[in-house]
Design a binder for this molecule. Structure first.
Ligand code: ATP
Length: 374
C-alpha cells in the first residue's frame, strides 16, 4: 500500500528496546515523512543508535512496531528492507578502487556489468567524485572518502538511508561544507534520510525536523526553529543552544501574558503567555543569550517602559569572550547569579565597547522568555 506523500513514510509506534533490565529505547512513537531529513539528536547513550539499528533490522524491538511505506517490518530481515545504513565508521575497502568500493554491493547482488558501470558512474557524479574512480581510498582526503562512502550507501537507491554520525570524522570546516552537500544530494535523489548526531549545530543545519532524545525517550519533535525558539522542557532548552534559566512563581496570569516573580533573577518577568499555568505555580523562565540587551543605561532600545522594573536587571560584566562574529558577556547580576549575553560584532572597532567590570543593565522584550512548566 502506498501512502500519501504527506503522511508517514516511517511509522514508529510504542517502540521499546531492553537490554536485560536496561531500557535503551523507551516507548518511542514517531512519524517520519517521505523525503525529509530527520535528525535524531541526543547525548551519549540516549538511545539514538539503538533506534536506528531497529529501523535497519539489526536489533529486534522488545515491544512496539515499525512500518515503512505501510509495511510492518517485524518479520522482514535487514537485507529485504528498503533501507541502507551508513555507519559511524564507514570503512572503505582499502585495496579496492573507488569504483570497486561503490560497485561492491551491486556485484554481490549479481547485477549486470553494464548496469553496474552506469549506476556507479551516475552516483559518483552526484557526489562529485566522477574523476576519482580509479583512486584507492588512501589517495583521497577525508571529505572525499566520506563522499565515496555516501555513494556506496546510495548506489542501490534505497528509499530510506540511515546515517549514524555521518560527518564525525571530518574537521569543522569540511563538516559544514559536507552538510550542505548532503542536503543537495538528498534533495536531488529524494531519498528519506534519518541522521543520528550528537552535534546540535549539525542537526539544526541538516534537519527538516529534529527529534531530541533523552534517556531512551523522545523529549521533543519539531523543526529546528520550533525546538530552539519554543523548547517544551528545561532539558530541551538547555540541550539546544545556551540558555539562562531561572526558577520562579507565577504572580499574575493574564489572558495573553504572565508575570513571574523570580528571586534568583531579582526582578519580575513579564512574558507572553505560551503555556497554561495558574497563579502560584512554579515555572522556569528561559532566556536565550542573544535575546538580551546589554547597555550602560537602564532603558535602552527594546527595553521596557521607564519606571517599570520588569524584565530589567543590573549587573557587572565579569568576563568577555571575543569570538570574531560575536562576543559573549558573562554578567553577574545583583542577585549573584551569572547571565550569559551575546552580541553580534556588527561594526569593526565600534564606539567604546563595554569592558570587564563595568556596571551594565540587562533587559529583554516580553516575547523573549520561554516559560517552562517541566
Ligand atoms: P552515542 O551518541 O554515544 O553513540 P547513542 O544515543 O547512540 O549514544 P545507544 O548506542 O543507542 O546510544 O545506546 C543506548 C544505551 O543502550 C547505552 O546506555 C548503551 O550502553 C546501551 N546499549 C546499547 N547496545 C547495547 C547492548 N547490545 N547491550 C547492552 N546495552 C546496550
Amino acid at each position: 500500500m502506498k501512502l500519501d506523500p504527506d503522511s508517514a513514510y516511517v511509522r514508529i509506534a510504542n517502540l521499546t528496546k531492553r537490554f536485560g533490565d536496561f531500557v535503551a529505547v523507551d516507548d518511542v512513537s514517531l512519524d517520519i515523512r517521505r523525503g525529509e531529513i530527520f535528525c535524531l539528536l541526543g547525548g551519549s547513550g540516549s538511545g539514538k543508535t539503538t533506534l536506528l539499528r531497529m529501523l535497519a533490522g539489526f536489533e529486534s524491538p522488545s515491544a512496539g512496531t515499525i512500518r515503512i511505506d505501510g509495511a510492518d517490518m517485524s518479520a522482514i530481515p535487514p537485507y529485504e528492507r528498503p533501507v541502507n545504513m551508513m555507519f559511524q565508521s564507514y570503512a572503505l575497502f582499502p585495496h579496492m578502487s573507488v569504483e570497486r568500493n561503490v560497485a561492491f554491493g551491486l556485484e554481490q547482488e549479481g547485477v549486470g556489468r553494464e548496469q553496474i558501470r552506469r549506476q556507479v558512474g551516475e552516483i559518483l557524479d552526484i557526489v562529485k567524485m566522477g574523476g576519482f574512480g580509479a583512486r584507492k581510498p588512501h589517495q583521497l582526503s577525508g571529505g572525499q572518502r566520506q563522499r565515496v562512502a555516501l555513494a556506496r550507501a546510495l548506489v542501490k537507491r534505497p528509499k530510506l538511508l540511515l546515517l549514524d554520525e555521518p560527518l564525525a570524522a571530518l574537521d569543522k570546516k569540511l563538516r559544514e561544507h559536507t552538510q550542505f552537500e548532503l542536503i543537495n544530494i538528498q534533495q536531488r535523489l529524494g531519498v528519506t534520510f534519518i541522521v543520528v548526531t550528537h552535534d546540535q549545530e549539525e542537526a539544526m543545519t541538516l534537519g527538516t525536523r529534529l527529534g531530541v532524545m533523552n534517556h531512551g525517550k523522545i523529549a521533543q519533535i519539531g523543526t529546528p526553529s520550533d525546538i530552539y525558539e519554543s523548547p517544551a522542557t528545561r532539558f530541551v532548552a538547555d540541550f539546544i543552544g545556551s540558555v539562562n534559566m531561572f526558577e520562579g512563581r507565577v504572580s499574575d496570569d493574564g489572558a495573553d501574558y504572565l508575570r513571574i516573580q523570580c528571586g534568583e533573577l531579582g526582578c519580575t518577568v513579564r512574558a507572553e503567555r505560551t503555556v497554561s499555568c495558574t497563579r502560584g505555580a512554579t515555572v522556569w523562565t528561559a532566556i536565550r543569550p542573544e535575546k538580551i540587551n546589554i547597555s550602560r543605561q537602564p532603558f535602552g532600545a527594546g527595553a521596557p517602559q521607564a519606571g517599570s522594573a520588569e524584565n530589567l536587571v543590573r549587573g557587572t560584566v565579569r568576563e568577555i569572550a571575543y569570538m570574531g562574529d560575536m562576543s559573549i558577556y558573562l554578567v553577574q547580576i545583583d542577585s549573584g547569579r551569572m547571565m550569559r549575553v551575546t552580541l553580534p560584532n556588527i561594526m569593526r572597532g565600534a564606539e567604546r565597547p563595554i569592558a570587564r567590570e563595568e556596571s551594565v543593565w540587562l533587559s529583554w522584550h516580553g516575547s523573549s522568555p520561554v516559560i517552562l512548566t517541566e
